[in-house]
Design a protein. Structure first.
Length: 582
Protein backbone atom coordinates (compact mmCIF):
# COMPACT_ATOMS: atom_id res chain seq x y z
CA UNK A 1 0.00 0.00 0.00
CA UNK A 2 2.76 2.45 0.93
CA UNK A 3 4.69 1.80 -2.28
CA UNK A 4 1.51 2.34 -4.32
CA UNK A 5 0.81 5.64 -2.53
CA UNK A 6 4.34 6.91 -3.16
CA UNK A 7 4.09 5.75 -6.79
CA UNK A 8 0.86 7.75 -7.28
CA UNK A 9 2.44 10.83 -5.70
CA UNK A 10 5.44 10.49 -8.01
CA UNK A 11 3.12 10.24 -11.01
CA UNK A 12 1.21 13.31 -9.79
CA UNK A 13 4.43 15.30 -9.46
CA UNK A 14 5.62 14.27 -12.92
CA UNK A 15 2.21 14.95 -14.49
CA UNK A 16 1.99 18.36 -12.84
CA UNK A 17 5.40 19.29 -14.19
CA UNK A 18 4.48 18.20 -17.72
CA UNK A 19 1.33 20.33 -17.60
CA UNK A 20 3.22 23.33 -16.23
CA UNK A 21 6.21 22.93 -18.54
CA UNK A 22 3.94 22.70 -21.57
CA UNK A 23 2.88 26.31 -21.08
CA UNK A 24 5.39 27.93 -18.75
CA UNK A 25 7.17 29.74 -21.57
CA UNK A 26 3.94 31.13 -22.96
CA UNK A 27 2.10 34.25 -21.79
CA UNK A 28 -0.97 32.22 -20.78
CA UNK A 29 0.79 30.63 -17.75
CA UNK A 30 3.29 33.10 -16.29
CA UNK A 31 5.20 32.32 -13.12
CA UNK A 32 3.71 33.50 -9.85
CA UNK A 33 7.10 34.13 -8.27
CA UNK A 34 10.61 34.53 -9.64
CA UNK A 35 13.78 34.84 -7.59
CA UNK A 36 16.77 36.04 -9.60
CA UNK A 37 20.27 37.53 -9.32
CA UNK A 38 21.25 35.11 -6.57
CA UNK A 39 23.03 31.84 -5.90
CA UNK A 40 20.53 28.98 -6.03
CA UNK A 41 22.00 25.84 -4.45
CA UNK A 42 19.81 23.15 -5.95
CA UNK A 43 21.17 20.11 -4.02
CA UNK A 44 20.37 18.05 -7.10
CA UNK A 45 22.51 15.00 -7.86
CA UNK A 46 25.28 17.22 -9.27
CA UNK A 47 24.90 19.89 -6.57
CA UNK A 48 24.27 22.44 -9.31
CA UNK A 49 24.40 26.14 -8.48
CA UNK A 50 22.57 28.64 -10.69
CA UNK A 51 21.17 32.15 -10.33
CA UNK A 52 17.38 32.04 -10.55
CA UNK A 53 14.24 30.00 -9.91
CA UNK A 54 10.62 30.34 -11.03
CA UNK A 55 7.54 29.14 -9.17
CA UNK A 56 4.06 28.58 -10.55
CA UNK A 57 1.40 27.59 -8.06
CA UNK A 58 2.92 25.09 -5.66
CA UNK A 59 5.62 23.91 -8.03
CA UNK A 60 9.08 24.89 -9.20
CA UNK A 61 8.89 25.49 -12.95
CA UNK A 62 12.38 26.63 -13.87
CA UNK A 63 15.85 26.65 -12.35
CA UNK A 64 18.25 28.40 -14.67
CA UNK A 65 19.68 31.80 -15.63
CA UNK A 66 18.22 35.19 -14.78
CA UNK A 67 17.30 35.83 -18.40
CA UNK A 68 15.46 32.54 -18.81
CA UNK A 69 13.59 32.84 -15.52
CA UNK A 70 12.61 36.50 -16.04
CA UNK A 71 11.21 35.52 -19.44
CA UNK A 72 8.62 33.47 -17.55
CA UNK A 73 7.34 36.47 -15.61
CA UNK A 74 4.04 38.13 -16.41
CA UNK A 75 2.29 41.31 -15.27
CA UNK A 76 1.20 39.73 -11.97
CA UNK A 77 4.43 37.88 -11.23
CA UNK A 78 6.23 38.81 -8.04
CA UNK A 79 9.86 39.46 -8.87
CA UNK A 80 12.43 39.33 -6.07
CA UNK A 81 15.96 40.54 -6.76
CA UNK A 82 18.13 38.44 -4.46
CA UNK A 83 21.05 40.88 -4.77
CA UNK A 84 23.48 37.98 -4.67
CA UNK A 85 21.88 36.20 -1.71
CA UNK A 86 21.74 32.43 -1.50
CA UNK A 87 18.72 30.18 -1.93
CA UNK A 88 18.73 26.61 -0.60
CA UNK A 89 16.03 23.94 -0.56
CA UNK A 90 13.54 24.13 2.27
CA UNK A 91 15.18 22.50 5.27
CA UNK A 92 13.63 19.40 6.78
CA UNK A 93 13.72 18.69 10.52
CA UNK A 94 14.14 14.92 10.85
CA UNK A 95 13.02 14.48 14.44
CA UNK A 96 11.17 16.94 16.68
CA UNK A 97 8.32 17.25 19.15
CA UNK A 98 6.79 20.68 18.47
CA UNK A 99 3.44 19.56 19.87
CA UNK A 100 5.03 19.02 23.27
CA UNK A 101 7.23 22.10 22.99
CA UNK A 102 4.20 24.25 22.24
CA UNK A 103 2.74 23.32 25.65
CA UNK A 104 5.94 23.47 27.67
CA UNK A 105 5.81 27.13 28.70
CA UNK A 106 2.12 27.63 29.36
CA UNK A 107 2.89 28.58 32.97
CA UNK A 108 5.74 30.89 32.02
CA UNK A 109 9.24 30.83 30.53
CA UNK A 110 11.46 27.89 31.41
CA UNK A 111 15.21 28.17 31.98
CA UNK A 112 17.96 26.23 30.27
CA UNK A 113 20.51 26.46 33.10
CA UNK A 114 24.19 25.90 32.36
CA UNK A 115 25.25 25.30 35.97
CA UNK A 116 23.91 24.25 39.35
CA UNK A 117 23.86 27.78 40.69
CA UNK A 118 21.52 28.93 37.91
CA UNK A 119 19.28 25.92 38.42
CA UNK A 120 19.07 26.38 42.19
CA UNK A 121 18.43 30.11 41.80
CA UNK A 122 15.48 29.33 39.51
CA UNK A 123 14.07 26.78 41.96
CA UNK A 124 14.46 29.27 44.80
CA UNK A 125 12.63 31.98 42.84
CA UNK A 126 9.84 29.56 41.96
CA UNK A 127 9.47 28.49 45.58
CA UNK A 128 9.09 32.13 46.65
CA UNK A 129 6.54 32.99 43.96
CA UNK A 130 4.21 29.99 44.30
CA UNK A 131 1.81 28.95 47.04
CA UNK A 132 3.19 26.56 49.63
CA UNK A 133 2.84 22.98 48.46
CA UNK A 134 2.65 23.86 44.76
CA UNK A 135 4.78 21.62 42.55
CA UNK A 136 7.83 22.98 40.73
CA UNK A 137 8.43 20.87 37.63
CA UNK A 138 11.02 21.30 34.94
CA UNK A 139 9.81 19.06 32.11
CA UNK A 140 13.26 18.46 30.59
CA UNK A 141 16.28 19.05 32.79
CA UNK A 142 19.42 17.08 31.92
CA UNK A 143 21.90 17.27 34.79
CA UNK A 144 24.93 16.17 32.78
CA UNK A 145 24.58 19.37 30.74
CA UNK A 146 25.36 21.42 33.83
CA UNK A 147 28.94 22.62 34.23
CA UNK A 148 29.33 20.48 37.36
CA UNK A 149 28.35 17.36 35.37
CA UNK A 150 26.05 16.09 38.10
CA UNK A 151 22.48 16.44 39.36
CA UNK A 152 21.71 18.51 42.43
CA UNK A 153 21.84 16.58 45.67
CA UNK A 154 18.76 15.98 47.79
CA UNK A 155 20.13 18.42 50.36
CA UNK A 156 20.60 21.13 47.71
CA UNK A 157 17.05 20.72 46.44
CA UNK A 158 15.63 20.78 49.96
CA UNK A 159 17.60 23.90 50.83
CA UNK A 160 16.00 26.01 48.06
CA UNK A 161 12.51 24.51 48.12
CA UNK A 162 11.84 22.90 51.50
CA UNK A 163 8.03 23.21 51.26
CA UNK A 164 7.53 22.84 47.51
CA UNK A 165 7.65 19.46 45.73
CA UNK A 166 10.34 19.55 43.04
CA UNK A 167 10.62 17.23 40.03
CA UNK A 168 13.42 17.68 37.49
CA UNK A 169 12.35 15.43 34.62
CA UNK A 170 15.19 14.10 32.47
CA UNK A 171 12.98 11.82 30.33
CA UNK A 172 14.40 8.52 31.58
CA UNK A 173 15.55 9.72 34.97
CA UNK A 174 15.61 12.80 37.13
CA UNK A 175 15.64 14.25 40.60
CA UNK A 176 13.04 14.91 43.31
CA UNK A 177 13.25 16.58 46.72
CA UNK A 178 11.91 15.52 50.10
CA UNK A 179 8.73 17.56 49.66
CA UNK A 180 8.01 15.65 46.43
CA UNK A 181 8.46 12.38 48.32
CA UNK A 182 6.08 13.50 51.05
CA UNK A 183 3.48 14.71 48.57
CA UNK A 184 3.69 11.40 46.70
CA UNK A 185 3.68 9.12 49.74
CA UNK A 186 7.21 7.90 49.01
CA UNK A 187 9.27 6.80 52.02
CA UNK A 188 12.47 4.85 52.58
CA UNK A 189 10.25 1.76 52.76
CA UNK A 190 8.80 2.29 49.27
CA UNK A 191 9.93 -0.58 47.10
CA UNK A 192 10.54 0.50 43.51
CA UNK A 193 13.70 -0.11 41.45
CA UNK A 194 13.41 3.39 40.01
CA UNK A 195 14.03 5.00 43.42
CA UNK A 196 17.78 5.16 43.91
CA UNK A 197 19.45 5.04 47.30
CA UNK A 198 22.61 6.16 49.02
CA UNK A 199 24.98 3.18 48.79
CA UNK A 200 26.14 3.69 52.38
CA UNK A 201 22.96 4.58 54.30
CA UNK A 202 20.42 2.85 52.05
CA UNK A 203 18.18 5.93 52.24
CA UNK A 204 16.56 7.52 49.19
CA UNK A 205 18.91 10.07 47.65
CA UNK A 206 16.48 11.97 45.42
CA UNK A 207 17.59 10.32 42.18
CA UNK A 208 14.78 8.67 40.28
CA UNK A 209 14.40 6.62 37.11
CA UNK A 210 11.54 6.34 34.66
CA UNK A 211 9.98 3.27 36.24
CA UNK A 212 9.23 5.30 39.40
CA UNK A 213 7.79 8.37 37.65
CA UNK A 214 4.31 6.89 38.03
CA UNK A 215 4.62 7.25 41.82
CA UNK A 216 4.82 11.02 41.63
CA UNK A 217 1.63 12.94 42.32
CA UNK A 218 2.43 15.79 39.96
CA UNK A 219 -0.52 17.97 38.91
CA UNK A 220 -2.29 17.01 35.67
CA UNK A 221 -1.60 18.90 32.49
CA UNK A 222 -4.02 21.73 31.68
CA UNK A 223 -7.16 20.54 29.90
CA UNK A 224 -7.11 22.14 26.46
CA UNK A 225 -9.44 21.69 23.53
CA UNK A 226 -8.19 20.40 20.19
CA UNK A 227 -8.58 23.91 18.82
CA UNK A 228 -6.47 25.42 21.61
CA UNK A 229 -3.76 22.80 21.17
CA UNK A 230 -3.82 23.33 17.41
CA UNK A 231 -3.38 27.09 17.79
CA UNK A 232 -0.38 26.59 20.07
CA UNK A 233 1.15 24.03 17.73
CA UNK A 234 0.72 26.28 14.70
CA UNK A 235 2.53 29.09 16.55
CA UNK A 236 5.39 26.72 17.30
CA UNK A 237 5.55 25.59 13.69
CA UNK A 238 5.71 29.21 12.55
CA UNK A 239 8.92 29.51 14.58
CA UNK A 240 10.26 26.52 12.66
CA UNK A 241 9.56 28.44 9.44
CA UNK A 242 11.65 31.35 10.71
CA UNK A 243 14.81 29.22 10.86
CA UNK A 244 14.18 27.64 7.45
CA UNK A 245 12.11 24.52 8.03
CA UNK A 246 9.49 23.65 5.44
CA UNK A 247 8.92 20.04 6.61
CA UNK A 248 9.43 18.08 9.81
CA UNK A 249 9.08 14.58 11.19
CA UNK A 250 7.12 14.29 14.42
CA UNK A 251 9.33 12.11 16.57
CA UNK A 252 6.50 10.38 18.39
CA UNK A 253 2.73 10.58 18.04
CA UNK A 254 0.37 8.29 19.93
CA UNK A 255 -2.41 6.92 17.70
CA UNK A 256 -5.07 8.75 19.72
CA UNK A 257 -3.21 12.05 19.21
CA UNK A 258 -3.49 11.87 15.42
CA UNK A 259 -6.74 13.82 15.78
CA UNK A 260 -4.77 16.98 16.56
CA UNK A 261 -2.78 16.75 13.34
CA UNK A 262 -5.87 15.98 11.27
CA UNK A 263 -7.50 19.05 12.81
CA UNK A 264 -4.66 21.36 11.81
CA UNK A 265 -4.61 19.82 8.34
CA UNK A 266 -8.30 20.62 7.96
CA UNK A 267 -8.36 24.03 9.63
CA UNK A 268 -4.76 25.22 9.14
CA UNK A 269 -3.45 27.06 7.39
CA UNK A 270 -0.40 24.80 7.56
CA UNK A 271 2.95 26.41 6.90
CA UNK A 272 5.03 23.27 7.20
CA UNK A 273 4.66 19.66 6.04
CA UNK A 274 4.42 16.94 8.68
CA UNK A 275 5.47 13.29 8.69
CA UNK A 276 4.16 11.51 11.77
CA UNK A 277 6.06 8.69 13.43
CA UNK A 278 3.46 6.59 15.25
CA UNK A 279 4.27 5.15 18.68
CA UNK A 280 3.44 1.46 19.05
CA UNK A 281 0.56 1.47 21.57
CA UNK A 282 0.67 -2.17 22.69
CA UNK A 283 3.12 -4.33 24.63
CA UNK A 284 4.48 -6.67 21.99
CA UNK A 285 7.14 -8.36 24.10
CA UNK A 286 5.04 -11.39 25.07
CA UNK A 287 2.89 -11.54 21.93
CA UNK A 288 3.02 -14.02 19.08
CA UNK A 289 3.58 -12.92 15.51
CA UNK A 290 -0.10 -13.46 14.72
CA UNK A 291 -1.20 -11.40 17.70
CA UNK A 292 1.14 -8.58 16.68
CA UNK A 293 -0.18 -8.69 13.11
CA UNK A 294 -3.70 -8.28 14.47
CA UNK A 295 -2.72 -5.24 16.55
CA UNK A 296 -0.77 -3.62 13.72
CA UNK A 297 -3.81 -3.94 11.47
CA UNK A 298 -5.76 -1.71 13.88
CA UNK A 299 -3.33 1.20 13.57
CA UNK A 300 -3.86 4.21 11.32
CA UNK A 301 -1.54 4.30 8.35
CA UNK A 302 0.61 2.67 7.11
CA UNK A 303 3.71 4.66 6.18
CA UNK A 304 3.08 7.07 3.32
CA UNK A 305 -0.67 7.35 3.83
CA UNK A 306 -1.78 10.97 3.50
CA UNK A 307 -0.94 13.87 1.25
CA UNK A 308 1.93 16.28 0.67
CA UNK A 309 1.07 18.20 3.87
CA UNK A 310 0.38 15.43 6.34
CA UNK A 311 1.28 11.77 6.09
CA UNK A 312 2.07 8.84 8.33
CA UNK A 313 5.72 8.04 8.94
CA UNK A 314 7.40 5.15 10.70
CA UNK A 315 6.16 2.83 13.42
CA UNK A 316 8.27 3.63 16.49
CA UNK A 317 9.36 1.92 19.72
CA UNK A 318 11.94 2.57 22.47
CA UNK A 319 14.86 0.16 22.75
CA UNK A 320 16.53 1.74 25.81
CA UNK A 321 16.70 4.91 27.94
CA UNK A 322 19.01 7.91 27.65
CA UNK A 323 22.70 8.74 27.80
CA UNK A 324 22.08 11.70 30.11
CA UNK A 325 20.49 9.57 32.82
CA UNK A 326 22.79 6.56 32.59
CA UNK A 327 19.96 4.39 31.26
CA UNK A 328 21.19 3.98 27.66
CA UNK A 329 22.05 0.36 26.92
CA UNK A 330 25.76 0.26 26.08
CA UNK A 331 28.00 -2.42 24.59
CA UNK A 332 30.16 -2.40 27.73
CA UNK A 333 29.51 -1.47 31.39
CA UNK A 334 29.05 2.23 32.03
CA UNK A 335 32.08 2.30 34.33
CA UNK A 336 33.10 3.96 37.61
CA UNK A 337 32.35 7.54 36.53
CA UNK A 338 28.70 6.59 36.00
CA UNK A 339 28.51 5.33 39.58
CA UNK A 340 29.47 8.78 40.79
CA UNK A 341 27.08 10.70 38.53
CA UNK A 342 24.10 8.39 38.08
CA UNK A 343 24.19 6.38 41.29
CA UNK A 344 25.04 3.10 39.55
CA UNK A 345 26.23 0.47 42.04
CA UNK A 346 26.55 -2.65 39.85
CA UNK A 347 30.00 -2.69 38.16
CA UNK A 348 28.54 -4.76 35.32
CA UNK A 349 25.68 -2.32 34.66
CA UNK A 350 25.28 -1.56 30.95
CA UNK A 351 22.00 0.37 31.06
CA UNK A 352 18.36 -0.57 30.72
CA UNK A 353 17.19 -2.37 27.57
CA UNK A 354 13.45 -2.24 26.95
CA UNK A 355 13.28 -5.50 25.00
CA UNK A 356 15.47 -8.13 23.34
CA UNK A 357 16.12 -8.54 19.63
CA UNK A 358 14.06 -11.73 19.71
CA UNK A 359 11.09 -9.84 21.17
CA UNK A 360 11.42 -6.96 18.70
CA UNK A 361 11.87 -9.01 15.52
CA UNK A 362 8.22 -10.21 15.24
CA UNK A 363 6.98 -6.63 15.49
CA UNK A 364 9.46 -5.57 12.82
CA UNK A 365 8.26 -8.36 10.54
CA UNK A 366 4.57 -7.65 11.14
CA UNK A 367 5.08 -3.94 10.55
CA UNK A 368 7.05 -4.52 7.37
CA UNK A 369 4.42 -6.91 6.05
CA UNK A 370 1.78 -4.22 6.56
CA UNK A 371 3.84 -1.57 4.72
CA UNK A 372 5.30 0.23 7.73
CA UNK A 373 8.74 1.72 7.85
CA UNK A 374 10.12 0.66 11.24
CA UNK A 375 12.23 2.72 13.59
CA UNK A 376 13.33 2.65 17.21
CA UNK A 377 14.82 5.00 19.77
CA UNK A 378 18.28 3.84 20.80
CA UNK A 379 20.85 5.91 22.67
CA UNK A 380 23.46 3.28 23.48
CA UNK A 381 25.51 1.00 21.26
CA UNK A 382 24.04 -2.13 22.82
CA UNK A 383 20.56 -0.97 21.85
CA UNK A 384 21.77 -0.15 18.33
CA UNK A 385 23.13 -3.69 17.96
CA UNK A 386 19.89 -5.23 19.24
CA UNK A 387 17.79 -3.23 16.78
CA UNK A 388 20.02 -4.24 13.90
CA UNK A 389 19.81 -7.88 14.94
CA UNK A 390 16.00 -7.66 14.88
CA UNK A 391 16.10 -5.97 11.49
CA UNK A 392 18.34 -8.76 10.20
CA UNK A 393 15.94 -11.40 11.50
CA UNK A 394 13.01 -9.70 9.79
CA UNK A 395 15.04 -9.39 6.61
CA UNK A 396 15.02 -13.19 6.36
CA UNK A 397 11.23 -13.09 5.95
CA UNK A 398 11.10 -10.17 3.50
CA UNK A 399 13.59 -7.58 2.19
CA UNK A 400 13.66 -4.56 4.49
CA UNK A 401 15.90 -2.23 2.49
CA UNK A 402 13.01 -0.87 0.34
CA UNK A 403 11.22 0.17 3.54
CA UNK A 404 14.11 2.44 4.61
CA UNK A 405 14.16 1.41 8.27
CA UNK A 406 15.97 3.76 10.62
CA UNK A 407 17.51 4.05 14.06
CA UNK A 408 16.60 7.19 16.01
CA UNK A 409 19.58 8.77 17.82
CA UNK A 410 21.84 5.69 17.85
CA UNK A 411 24.74 7.85 19.03
CA UNK A 412 27.30 5.03 19.22
CA UNK A 413 27.95 3.42 15.84
CA UNK A 414 31.03 1.20 15.79
CA UNK A 415 32.45 -0.21 12.56
CA UNK A 416 30.34 -3.36 12.71
CA UNK A 417 27.12 -1.40 13.31
CA UNK A 418 27.91 0.91 10.39
CA UNK A 419 28.49 -2.08 8.11
CA UNK A 420 25.17 -3.63 9.16
CA UNK A 421 23.32 -0.35 8.58
CA UNK A 422 24.80 -0.07 5.11
CA UNK A 423 23.90 -3.68 4.26
CA UNK A 424 20.27 -3.26 5.32
CA UNK A 425 19.78 0.29 4.03
CA UNK A 426 19.14 1.54 7.58
CA UNK A 427 19.03 5.32 7.95
CA UNK A 428 20.88 6.99 10.85
CA UNK A 429 18.44 9.52 12.36
CA UNK A 430 21.01 11.79 14.02
CA UNK A 431 20.74 14.88 16.22
CA UNK A 432 23.79 17.17 15.90
CA UNK A 433 22.42 19.19 18.83
CA UNK A 434 23.03 16.15 21.04
CA UNK A 435 26.67 16.11 20.01
CA UNK A 436 26.93 19.84 20.68
CA UNK A 437 25.40 19.48 24.12
CA UNK A 438 26.58 16.05 25.25
CA UNK A 439 29.92 15.03 23.72
CA UNK A 440 31.84 16.62 26.60
CA UNK A 441 29.89 14.61 29.17
CA UNK A 442 30.28 11.38 27.22
CA UNK A 443 34.01 11.98 26.87
CA UNK A 444 34.31 12.53 30.60
CA UNK A 445 32.13 9.58 31.60
CA UNK A 446 33.08 6.99 28.99
CA UNK A 447 36.62 8.04 28.05
CA UNK A 448 38.48 8.71 24.79
CA UNK A 449 38.20 5.18 23.37
CA UNK A 450 34.43 4.91 23.37
CA UNK A 451 33.88 8.53 22.31
CA UNK A 452 35.35 7.60 18.93
CA UNK A 453 32.07 5.95 17.98
CA UNK A 454 29.90 8.87 19.16
CA UNK A 455 28.18 10.55 16.17
CA UNK A 456 30.67 9.33 13.55
CA UNK A 457 29.20 11.31 10.66
CA UNK A 458 32.02 10.83 8.18
CA UNK A 459 32.34 7.11 8.83
CA UNK A 460 28.61 6.65 8.27
CA UNK A 461 28.61 8.63 5.02
CA UNK A 462 31.77 6.96 3.73
CA UNK A 463 30.11 3.57 4.25
CA UNK A 464 27.06 4.64 2.27
CA UNK A 465 24.70 5.13 5.22
CA UNK A 466 22.14 7.90 4.76
CA UNK A 467 22.11 10.38 7.65
CA UNK A 468 18.89 12.29 8.34
CA UNK A 469 19.56 15.25 10.60
CA UNK A 470 17.26 16.77 13.21
CA UNK A 471 17.23 18.06 16.76
CA UNK A 472 14.80 16.13 19.01
CA UNK A 473 13.41 19.51 20.07
CA UNK A 474 11.09 18.93 23.03
CA UNK A 475 10.85 21.89 25.39
CA UNK A 476 11.14 25.73 25.20
CA UNK A 477 10.18 27.73 22.11
CA UNK A 478 13.45 29.59 21.48
CA UNK A 479 15.48 27.97 18.71
CA UNK A 480 18.82 28.25 20.53
CA UNK A 481 17.81 28.14 24.20
CA UNK A 482 15.42 25.21 23.75
CA UNK A 483 16.27 21.89 25.37
CA UNK A 484 17.89 20.36 22.30
CA UNK A 485 18.19 23.54 20.21
CA UNK A 486 16.39 23.15 16.89
CA UNK A 487 18.23 25.88 14.97
CA UNK A 488 19.42 23.96 11.86
CA UNK A 489 22.30 26.35 11.18
CA UNK A 490 23.76 25.43 14.56
CA UNK A 491 23.24 21.77 13.66
CA UNK A 492 25.00 22.24 10.31
CA UNK A 493 27.91 23.97 12.04
CA UNK A 494 28.23 21.08 14.48
CA UNK A 495 28.40 18.58 11.62
CA UNK A 496 31.09 20.71 9.94
CA UNK A 497 33.24 21.18 13.06
CA UNK A 498 32.45 18.35 15.51
CA UNK A 499 32.72 21.06 18.16
CA UNK A 500 30.76 21.13 21.42
CA UNK A 501 29.02 23.91 23.33
CA UNK A 502 32.03 24.12 25.64
CA UNK A 503 34.39 24.57 22.69
CA UNK A 504 35.88 21.08 22.67
CA UNK A 505 36.65 19.52 19.29
CA UNK A 506 35.91 15.80 19.65
CA UNK A 507 37.10 13.37 16.96
CA UNK A 508 37.51 16.08 14.29
CA UNK A 509 38.07 13.49 11.57
CA UNK A 510 34.34 12.68 11.79
CA UNK A 511 33.35 16.18 10.62
CA UNK A 512 31.85 16.36 7.13
CA UNK A 513 31.75 18.83 4.23
CA UNK A 514 29.27 21.64 3.73
CA UNK A 515 27.67 19.84 0.81
CA UNK A 516 27.29 16.61 2.81
CA UNK A 517 25.81 18.42 5.80
CA UNK A 518 23.30 20.34 3.69
CA UNK A 519 22.18 17.08 2.09
CA UNK A 520 21.55 15.70 5.60
CA UNK A 521 19.02 18.50 6.22
CA UNK A 522 17.38 18.42 2.78
CA UNK A 523 17.37 15.59 0.24
CA UNK A 524 18.38 12.92 2.79
CA UNK A 525 15.41 13.78 4.97
CA UNK A 526 13.14 13.73 1.93
CA UNK A 527 14.53 10.28 1.13
CA UNK A 528 13.81 9.14 4.69
CA UNK A 529 10.11 9.94 4.15
CA UNK A 530 10.02 8.47 0.59
CA UNK A 531 9.50 11.97 -0.83
CA UNK A 532 12.77 12.62 -2.64
CA UNK A 533 10.82 12.94 -5.91
CA UNK A 534 8.68 15.69 -4.40
CA UNK A 535 11.01 17.80 -2.27
CA UNK A 536 14.50 18.09 -0.77
CA UNK A 537 16.09 19.83 -3.75
CA UNK A 538 15.33 22.77 -6.04
CA UNK A 539 14.42 21.18 -9.36
CA UNK A 540 11.63 21.69 -11.92
CA UNK A 541 8.61 19.57 -11.06
CA UNK A 542 9.25 19.57 -7.32
CA UNK A 543 7.30 21.35 -4.64
CA UNK A 544 8.31 24.99 -4.29
CA UNK A 545 9.82 24.69 -0.82
CA UNK A 546 12.86 26.95 -0.56
CA UNK A 547 14.72 29.32 1.73
CA UNK A 548 16.59 32.60 1.20
CA UNK A 549 19.48 33.16 3.63
CA UNK A 550 21.56 36.19 4.52
CA UNK A 551 24.99 34.88 3.53
CA UNK A 552 26.80 32.30 1.44
CA UNK A 553 26.58 29.03 3.35
CA UNK A 554 29.18 27.42 1.10
CA UNK A 555 31.82 30.17 1.34
CA UNK A 556 31.32 32.18 4.52
CA UNK A 557 33.82 31.70 7.37
CA UNK A 558 33.08 28.43 9.12
CA UNK A 559 32.03 29.98 12.42
CA UNK A 560 29.50 32.17 10.60
CA UNK A 561 27.48 29.13 9.52
CA UNK A 562 25.85 28.98 12.94
CA UNK A 563 24.94 32.68 12.63
CA UNK A 564 23.03 32.37 9.34
CA UNK A 565 19.63 34.08 9.36
CA UNK A 566 16.69 33.17 7.18
CA UNK A 567 15.29 36.08 5.19
CA UNK A 568 12.43 34.22 3.53
CA UNK A 569 10.83 30.80 3.71
CA UNK A 570 8.60 29.59 0.89
CA UNK A 571 6.40 26.50 1.26
CA UNK A 572 4.44 25.29 -1.73
CA UNK A 573 5.01 28.62 -3.46
CA UNK A 574 3.63 30.58 -0.50
CA UNK A 575 5.82 32.94 1.53
CA UNK A 576 5.29 31.79 5.12
CA UNK A 577 8.14 33.88 6.58
CA UNK A 578 9.77 37.04 5.30
CA UNK A 579 12.05 39.30 7.27
CA UNK A 580 12.53 43.02 6.85
CA UNK A 581 15.90 42.30 5.25
CA UNK A 582 14.50 41.30 1.87
Amino acid sequence: MRKFTVFLLSLFSAASWLLIAAGCSGPEIPADLVLYNGRVVTVDSAFTITSAVAVTGEWITAVCSDKEVLALAGPQTERIDLAGRMVVPGLIEAHAHPDGASLSELEGPLPNPRNLSALLDWLYSQAHSRPAGAWIVHPKLFATRLAELRPPTLAELDSVAPEHPVFLDGSFGGSINSAAMRASGITDKTDNPGLLRDPVTGKLNGKIRLSAFELLKTPPAPALSVQERAELLLKMLSLYNQVGFTSYTAGEVKPEAVELFRYIREHGPLTIRAYLNILVPFDFKQMTLEQIRSEVAKLPGPTGTGDQWLRFGALKTFADGGILTGTAYLREPWGPKAAEIFGVTDPGYRGIPRYTAEQFAPLVQAGAEAGWKMTAHATGGGAVDGILEAYEQANKALPVAPLRFSIIHGNFFDRRAIERCAALGVIADAQPAWFYKDADAMLDILGPERIRTFHPYRSLIDAGVVISAGSDHMVIADNLESINPYNPWLGLWVMLTHRTERGTVVEPEEAITREQALRCYTINNAYASFEEKLKGSIEPGKLADLVVIDRDYLACPLDQVREIKVLMTVVGGRQVWRSAGI
